[in-house]
Ligand binder design. Structure first.
Ligand code: UD1
Ligand code: UDP
Length: 384
């Protein structure tokens, strides 16, 4: 083989953020690798924000998103569209990321054509098939279909080994999310947005909130938003900045419980740069996101995770992330404690970097070259 033909496939905001540094790295090796991008566009506006920021121009765009889409719709529309793309493109390997339904459908589409699958952010597990749902099953099935696993941490590698993966197919790389973060955080960042620039981050304690998990829709979100309402009503120096996910079920609930409350800013999803710089200026983060559990610890921001399980135990062990769940009283208490108890806050506001060192993309690119025999040298793995 003189040139490795890679097709990177993704569809949602977090996949795009985490694949962007890798796509750039692969496209910077034109002598040995050609890399094209196909997007399912399982997300539309939230994906486009990221493509524009990182200047990624997909060769293929399936534009599959539907309002309030079901898992069946995402899976079948992605699978059918990708079949045609793979027939035309005939890549040596399809690279997928993480655990979305796009990820699983793309792995399956590649497998049906006996095309190799490389899984980036491989090996994360909660061990509970319904939490997060459907992500735990998406990543397990993708792991089963994958030929090469790029595990972000040694813990993720160990999960794969326990499931019987061949050690020779696993490379511990760090998470590309830290590559993206390091390239984006700036001191003295100015948002260029009247709401965000109007907040006095010295005088106000800003809580950054995001929610979107399917298993939290309905009562769990109601309960979390009631806890937040109680917190802002009790603490005049607290402001909540909540960039609300585009999912109509999230938006309706957020608006009905928190809309119009003084001290609460319900805003549209932010572009990636203002969003991570907002986290960097905040007091703490409350979220059910996966990616934020990686980003906030490396910025030294305490995180309350609004879920019962996590596939990212490293920052919990390091003490920066606390599992709060979605019970109204528990979330209220955990939040209150971090607002009242300076010692507890200080213990959690500790910058830790268990997820990466900013060099994951380079390791993955070098790992691909080694796997396909373009280089003799296996790259050094990421260690904390
Ligand atoms: C999806 C992924 C989840 C990932 C999350 C990141 C699945 C099943 N879920 O969940 O793993 O953590 O993305 O955010 O793969 N919408 C828009 N515009 C957008 C994006 C979404 O209008 O740009 C609305 C649409 O009505 C869409 C709905 O949000 O139907 C839900 O999107 P979907 O991708 O199904 O679920 P997410 O919760 O975003
Ligand atoms: N993010 C963003 N704008 C926002 C909220 C989040 O760019 O308004 C970024 C965030 O920095 C992280 C990613 O989106 O990199 C997380 O995406 P999400 O929470 O939707 O998905 P998950 O990580 O749970 O799969």
């Amino acid at each position: 083989m003189d040139k490795l033909k890679v097709l990177a496939v993704f569809g949602t905001r977090p996949e795009a953020i985490k694949m962007a540094p890798l796509v750039k790295e692969l496209q910077n090796r034109p002598g040995r690798i050609s890399c094209k991008v196909a997007v399912t566009a399982q997300h539309r506006e939230m994906l486009d924000q990221v493509l524009e920021l990182f200047d990624i121009k997909p060769a293929y765009d399936l534009n599959i998103m539907l309002p309030n889409q079901t898992l069946y719709e995402i899976t079948t529309r992605a699978l059918t569209g990708l079949n045609e793309i793979l027939e035309q493109e005939k890549p040596d390997i399809v690279l997928v990321h993480g655990d979305t339904t796009t990820t699983f459908a793309a792995s399956l589409a590649a497998f049906y054509r006996q095309i190799k699958v490389g899984h980036v952010e491989a090996g994360l597990r909660t061990g509970n098939k319904y939490s997060p749902y459907p992500e735990e099953m998406n990543r397990k099935l993708t792991g089963t279909l994958a030929d090469i696993h790029f595990a972000p941490t040694t813990n993720a590698r160990d999960n794969l080994l326990k499931e019987g993966a061949d050690p020779g197919t696993i490379l511990v790389t760090g998470n590309t999310v830290i590559d993206a973060l390091m390239a984006t955080i700036r001191d003295n960042y100015v948002f260029g947005d009247p709401v965000l620039d109007g907040i006095d981050f010295q005088k106000k304690r800003v809580l950054v909130v995001t929610t979107h998990r399917r298993e939290n829709l309905g009562d769990p979100l109601y309960s979390v938003y009631c806890a937040l309402k109680s917190v802002v009503e009790r603490y005049p120096d607290v402001e909540v900045v909540f960039p609300v996910h585009k999912n109509p079920k999230v938006r309706e609930m957020a608006e009905s419980v928190l809309g119009g409350l003084p001290g609460v800013h319900l805003i549209d999803p932010l572009e990636y740069s203002p969003f991570v710089n907002l986290m960097n200026k905040s007091y703490m983060v409350l979220t059910d996101s996966g990616g934020l559990q990686e980003e906030a610890p490396s910025l030294g921001k305490p995180v309350l995770v609004l879920r019962d399980t996590t596939e990212r135990p490293e920052a919990v062990e390091a003490g920066t992330v606390l599992m709060a769940g979605t019970d109204r009283d528990v979330v209220n208490r955990a939040c209150t404690e971090l607002l009242e108890d300076a010692g507890k806050y200080k213990m959690m506001a500790n910058a830790v970097n268990p997820y990466g060192d900013g060099k994951a993309s380079g390791r993955i690119a070098a790992g691909l070259e080694h796997f396909f025999g373009l280089s003799d040298r296996k790259p050094e793995e990421f260690t904390v």
